[in-house]
Design a protein. Structure first.
Lengths: 409, 255, 409, 255
C-alpha cells in the first residue's frame, strides 16, 4: 500500500513502523482530496482570498534591455502572504489537516520562512503549533522566531547535530512519532517520505499552472527556459510542472554553489559531483554525504538552500535529462541581487537570487523573440540581517550597535 | 527456524526472560565498548545489539542521538565498527546484532554489507527506517545467509500489519513499548498488556520489548508476557555517569 | 487656473511663486490623464503585473467569531509590492512623471514606507531618486534606509525642526523649488497643495473600487461600516471612495491617539479637539498647532500616522458628517495587533492596526447579518524594530546585543 | 500709488539703488534684533523686512530656517513680535514690512492681523506662500489700509503671470533672483539680465531683487537694473559669526 511514491529510482517512504498507520491514513486522505475537485477549488479560493493568488508575472524590462537577449519575466511568489511560495504548500496542508480532524501541527524550519508560514496557517486554522528550528538558525533568524511566537507558535531550538535544517527535520519526526494521533507534520518541501514529495508538489503546482497561462497571455508563446532555485525543490517543481509536457521549454534548477563547488562549502547536490545516492530523512535521493553514508555539513548564504538532500522527483528529472542543474556562488548571488534591486525595484530572497544568477548568465544567448521566466520564490526584505551583513553595510552595523547600547541600559 | 531463533528458544528453556542490551559503537570509545560488552556478557546478557552510528538517527531519542553524533565526531568509521564487531564476536559467544539506519548498508553496498556481517558472525539486523515494503532485496539477502532481519511492532500496528511484518521477520520481533523515541520512561499499564497480547497473537516468533526499560521492576513486569527485555538508553546513561564498571552490577540486578 | 482643489473650506494651493509654472504644468498633465481611459488602464495593468492587484479581501472568520457581531473582512493592501498601499500612489505618479518627461523624483518619508515605494518606482522607471527623511526617522528606520539605498536612491537625513515627517516634507519642497525643471515631487499622501490631494486620492481609489466589487461578491451586500487608519489619509480615502455614494455605509477614520487624547502626545486632528484650522505645507486643513499657528510635536507608536495635518478632503467629509473619526491609543494598537496575529496569522502594520482597534470596539454592536471592512494599509513585518521594541521582547534585545558584539569585533 | 511706493520713489531720487535688509524676529534675541536694526538704519538701509518666525518656513534655506526654529524654541510668540515691531517703528523712521508665512496671519485672524499691523505702522507684507489666487481677501484688506501686499516674481514666471501678479501687488515687486531657497549664492549672468528685463517690462512698480546678494559687487551689478537690492541671509550669518556690531560696517560697504 505504501509502496508507491517512487520517481525512477528515487523516493520511497523509509519510515519507522510506529508511523506506518499515520502514513496510511495520510495517504488515504491525500488520495481522496487529489480526486476531489472541490478540494482543489477550496484551495485555490483560499489562496486567492487569504494570499494573493494568482501572483503576478512581471516583465522585467530594464533587466531585459540590460542583457539584450530574451525577455525576462519574473513569477512573483514574493507577493504571497508571508512573503514566499511556502504559503502554497502550508495552506494546502492546512486544509488537509482540517479534513483529517487533527488539532496540532509541527514543522521544521531553516531560514524560518516555512516556520512563519506554518505558524500563520496554524493561527488561521486554529491549530496548536510547534516549530523545530536549529539553534544556530534561531540565533541567526531571530525576527522570524519573534513572528512565529507572536502568532502563537512554540519555537523549539534544536541543539543536536549541526543545529540546522536537517536536525530540525529529525527532531520534528521525533515529535511526530510521539504525537501522531493529534498531530500532522507539515513538511516544508518536496522531500521526505511519500506522500510528501507528491503532496507538496501538487500544492506548489499552482505556480506553474498560473505561470503558463500568464506567459501565453503576456508573451504569446511559451518561454524558452524556466529558472528556479532549488533547496528541497518545492518552488522549482511548482513552476516546472506547468511546462513539464512542453519539451521545447528548458527547465533549469539552480543550487547553492556557496563558496564554489571546488571548496566543498556548498549545497550543490545535482549540479556538482559531491553528492551520491543515499537514504535519509525517510527517502532516497542524491545526498551530500561521505563515503560511510554520514551526511556532510553544507553551506550557503541562503539558509533555505542549505540542505543535504533534494527532491526525489527532481533527481529523477535530472537523471532523465528533463531538468538541467547549475549552481550559483554566494558572491554571484549578491551581485545578481544588487542588480535586480537597482534595475527593477524588486528584492529577491537570497534563495531566489540563485535563479536570477543563472538566468543572467544565459539570457544573452537567446534571441529577442524568446522569453524566459525566473521563479522569484520569495522576497528578500525579510533577510535584512543576512543581506545587510553580507554586504557589510557600515551604517547597518552602527545602527545595530546603537540599538544594543539602548537595550543595555 | 533461523539460527537466532533457535538460540533464543534454547536460552528460554533456562530463563523465563532473556536480556538484550544495546550500545553505540565508538561511544564513548571502542575500548569502553569492549569493556562494557565484557561486563554485559559476564553478568548474563543474552543478546547484544551494536549500533553503527549514523548522522541522522531519527528514531532515537536525545541520549542515543548524542552518542551517535559524538562517535562520528570523534572519527568512528563504518569500517572500524565492522572490524571491532569481528573482534567482539570472536571474544564473546552470545548472539550479536547490528542496529543501524538503512543508509549505512545502502552506501556500503547492500549485498556487500550483509555478506560482511555474515563473515563477522553477526546474527541479525535491526534497521528502524527500513519497512518491509522498502526492504525486499534486503530481506532476501539477509535470509539467504540465515541471518535475522528483525521486524518491529509498534503500538500503532494493527493485527494485519503485525502478521505482515512477522512474515518478513525472523529471529524475534522487536516490540516498541510505546509511542515516541528511545530514552523516555514507559508506563506499563493496561494498554500495554492489551498491546502485547495482540503481538503474541500475530506471530509465533519470540517477542522482545524495548523502549524505556530501566529497572528490575520493568523486567519483572515483562516476565511471562515477553521473551526478551531490551535495555537501551539506560546502560549508556550509566556508562556516562558512572563508567563501564557500573554496567555489570546493574545487569546482574535486573533479573 | 490654480484656484481649484477646494473641498468645502479646505485645500487650496499655497505655493511659492517659483513653483507656479510647475504646478500649472502638473495640473495640465493631471487633467489630461484623468480624462484618458488609456492612462487608467495602463495604471491598472501595471499594478496587476508589478504589484499584486486586485489585492484580496480576506474574511477574518476567527476574529468575527471571537467578537460575535458583524463579519469582519480585511482589505489586504499589505500584499502590494513593497508591503503597503503606498505603492498605488507611487506607481501612478511614476506613470505621470514618464508622461511629463521628467527624469528625477524626490519624496519625503516618515516611517520609510513611502520612501521605499518611491525608490522602488524610481528603479523600475529608471529615474534618479532622492528621499528626504527626518534624521530621527533615519535612526529609527535604518532597514528602510538600507533598502532605499540598495535600490539606488539617495537618502538625505533632515536635521531641521523636529527631524521627522513634516520637516522632510519642507525639505523636499526646498529641493523642488531648486530643481523643478528636471524633478517631480512624489508627495506620499492626500495632502499638500492641489492637485496632490486629488491626484493621490485618484490613484488610491483603486482600493475602494476593488473592495466594493469584492464585498458584494463575497458577502452579497454592502458593508455596514468601513474602517481605515488616517495619517495623511490616503489609504482611508482610497477605500472610502468606493462607498462614498452608499449612504448606508458608515465610513470611519482612525487617528493616532498616542498616549491618550488628554495627554497631548498624540496625532489626532479630527478625532480630538486639539487641532484648529490652519495653512501649512501648501494647503488648508485642521492642524495640530498652538495659538500662534506654530505646528506642534505629535506622537504615535506608528510613524506613518505621526503627522500634524490631514487630508483637506477628509476634513471636508468630517465637517459634512460623511466620515466619522475616532482615535486609537498606542497600547490599544499593540493589543489589537497581537490579537490579529494570533487569530488570523496576519500582521498589520502599526498604522493599519489603528483601524482594527476601532473596528473591534464596534463590531459586536452590529448584527451577524452585517459585514464590516477594515483596510489593512500595510504589513507589520517591516516594523520588527518598532514592534519587538514596543512589546519589550527580551530575546529580541539579546539578539540585537549579541549581533552588536559581533560587529564591534 | 501706495504710500510705500511713494516713499521708495522719493528715495530713488537720491540713490541709484536702495537697500532692503531682513531679519528674523527673536533671533538670536529681540535685543540683538534692536541693535541690528539700529546699525542698519544708521548705515543707510532704506527698508527692512521683519520676519515673524514660523515653524514650517518652506521657502527659506537652512540659515533662515534655523533662525525661525531657534526663535520659536526660545519662546518667541507672535504677540511679542508685534509689540516689538511697534517699538521699532516708533524708534526708526524707515518703512518696515512684515515677512512671514500665511498661517501666522490666518491663525491670528486675517483682518485683525492686518489692522494690527496697520496700527503698528507696518507698510507692507511679504507672504511667500500666498499666491494671489489664494489671497483675495488678504489683498483687499491690505490695500484697503493703503499697505502694500508685495508680490513675488520668479525666474519661472511668464510675462503674463508677472502682469497678473503686478496687478495684485503694490509698493514694489520682489524678484526672486534664481531657483531655490534663500541663502545660496546667485550667479548674475546673461539669463538673469534677460529675466530682469522681463520683470521690468511686466510692471511699472519698483523692482527689488533678492536671494543670494552678499557683496558690493552684487549690489553694483544690480544698480541700474533693479531699484532695490535685498540682503537676507548674509546679515544673519554676520551676526551669528561676528555679532551685531559687524552689521553697520558691512552695510556701509555695500554701496
Ligand atoms: C524564499 C525561499 N526560496 C526557496 C527556498 C528553498 O526551498 P524549495 O527548494 O523547496 O523551494 C526557501 C526555503 O526556505 C525559501 O524560503
Ligand atoms: C502602512 C501605512 N498605513 C498608513 C499610513 C498613513 O498614511 P495615509 O493616511 O496617507 O494612508 C502609512 C504612512 O506611512 C503607512 O505606511
Amino acid at each position: 500500500m505504501i509502496k508507491k511514491g517512487y520517481y525512477g529510482h528515487w523516493g520511497g517512504a523509509f519510515i519507522p513502523e510506529i508511523l506506518y498507520e499515520t502514513f496510511r491514513e495520510l495517504n488515504t486522505f491525500f488520495e481522496d482530496v487529489k480526486k476531489d475537485q472541490a478540494f482543489w477549488n477550496e484551495y485555490v479560493q483560499l489562496m486567492s482570498t487569504y494570499s494573493c493568488r494568482p501572483t503576478p508575472l512581471t516583465y522585467a524590462e530594464n533587466l531585459s534591455n540590460r542583457f539584450g537577449g530574451a525577455r525576462i519575466y519574473i513569477k512573483r511568489e514574493d507577493l504571497n502572504h508571508t512573503g514566499a511560495h511556502k504559503a502554497n504548500n502550508v495552506m494546502g496542508q492546512g486544509l488537509l489537516v482540517k479534513r483529517m480532524g487533527k488539532k496540532r501541527v509541527i514543522a521544521e524550519t531553516g531560514a524560518g520562512q516555512h516556520g512563519v508560514a506554518t505558524a500563520t496557517m496554524a493561527a488561521k486554522f486554529g491549530f496548536d503549533c510547534t516549530i523545530y528550528m536549529g539553534e544556530e538558525d534561531v540565533q541567526r533568524q531571530r525576527p522570524n522566531v519573534f513572528w512565529m511566537e507572536k502568532m502563537g507558535a512554540t519555537v523549539i531550538p534544536v541543539t543536536d547535530g549541526s543545529r540546522t535544517l536537517k536536525d530540525a527535520i529529525n527532531e520534528a519526526f521525533r515529535d511526530w512519532v510521539s504525537n501522531m494521533d493529534s498531530t500532522h507534520y507539515v513538511l516544508g518541501t518536496v522531500c521526505g517520505p511519500h506522500p510528501f514529495p507528491e503532496m507538496v508538489a501538487w500544492f506548489q503546482s499552482i505556480i506553474g499552472i498560473e505561470a503558463r497561462e500568464q506567459i501565453l497571455k503576456a508573451f504569446g508563446k511559451l518561454p524558452a527556459r524556466v529558472y528556479a532555485c532549488v533547496g528541497g525543490g518545492s518552488n522549482a517543481l511548482g513552476i516546472f510542472q506547468g511546462f513539464m509536457q512542453d519539451d521545447q521549454v528548458a527547465l533549469v534548477g539552480v543550487e547553492a554553489g556557496g563558496k564554489g563547488l571546488a571548496s566543498g562549502e556548498h549545497a550543490a547536490r545535482l549540479a556538482g559531483s559531491d553528492a551520491s545516492p543515499g537514504v535519509a530523512q525517510g527517502y532516497k535521493t542524491m545526498f551530500l554525504q561521505n563515503s560511510d553514508g554520514q551526511m556532510l555539513d553544507t553551506h550557503s548564504v541562503a539558509a533555505g538552500l542549505d540542505y543535504i538532500g533534494v527532491s526525489p522527483i527532481l533527481t529523477d528529472l535530472w537523471e532523465k535529462g528533463r531538468v538541467r542543474f547549475a549552481a550559483a556562488t554566494d558572491s554571484e548571488v549578491m551581485d545578481a541581487l544588487e542588480l535586480t534591486m537597482k534595475k527593477e525595484g524588486i528584492i529577491p530572497a537570497l534563495e531566489s537570487a540563485h535563479g536570477f544568477v543563472q538566468a543572467f548568465k544565459e539570457v544573452q544567448n537567446l534571441g529577442k523573440d524568446e522569453a524566459i521566466i525566473i521563479n522569484m520564490s520569495g522576497r528578500g526584505d525579510k533577510d535584512i540581517f543576512t543581506i545587510a551583513n553580507a554586504y557589510g553595510d557600515p551604517s547597518w552595523k552602527e545602527f545595530i550597535i546603537a540599538r544594543a547600547e539602548q537595550y543595555k541600559k | 527456524m533461523s539460527t537466532l531463533e533457535e538460540i533464543i528458544r534454547t536460552h528460554l528453556q533456562d530463563s523465563r526472560i532473556l536480556l538484550m542490551t544495546h550500545l553505540v559503537l565508538g561511544y564513548p570509545s571502542f575500548e569502553v565498548n569492549r569493556e562494557v560488552i565484557g561486563q554485559m556478557v559476564q553478568n548474563g546478557v543474552d543478546l547484544i545489539e551494536m549500533q553503527i552510528p549514523f548522522s541522522e538517527p531519527v528514531a532515537d531519542g536525545p541520549m542515543i542521538l548524542k552518542a551517535n553524533q559524538e562517535s562520528i565526531a570523534k572519527g568512528a568509521r563504518v569500517e572500524e565498527c565492522l572490524q571491532f564487531a569481528g573482534e567482539i564476536t570472536k571474544e564473546f559467544h552470545i548472539p550479536f546484532l547490528f542496529m543501524t539506519y538503512y543508509n549505512i548498508l545502502y552506501k556500503y553496498g547492500l549485498e556487500e554489507f550483509i555478506n560482511r556481517a555474515y563473515d563477522l558472525n553477526i546474527k541479525g539486523f535491526i534497521i528502524p527506517d527500513l519497512p518491509p515494503e522498502e526492504g525486499r532485496e534486503y530481506l532476501d539477502l539477509v535470509r539467504k545467509q540465515d541471518m535475522a532481519p528483525i521486524q518491529i511492532f509498534a503500538p500503532t500496528s494493527t493485527k494485519e500489519r503485525m502478521q505482515r511484518l512477522a512474515e518478513n521477520g525472523a529471529g524475534f520481533i522487536y516490540c516498541v513499548a510505546r509511542r515516541g523515541v528511545t530514552g523516555k520512561k514507559t508506563d506499563f499499564d493496561q494498554d500495554f498488556n492489551e498491546y502485547i497480547r495482540r503481538c503474541r497473537s500475530a506471530t509465533p516468533l519470540p517477542l522482545a520489548v524495548g523502549f524505556g526499560i530501566r529497572s528490575k521492576d520493568d523486567v519483572d513486569f515483562l516476565t511471562g508476557k515477553a521473551d526478551i527485555a531490551v535495555i537501551g538508553t539506560e546502560t549508556i546513561r550509566l556508562v556516562d555517569e558512572k563508567g563501564a564498571a557500573a554496567v555489570g552490577p546493574f545487569i546482574a540486578g535486573l533479573r
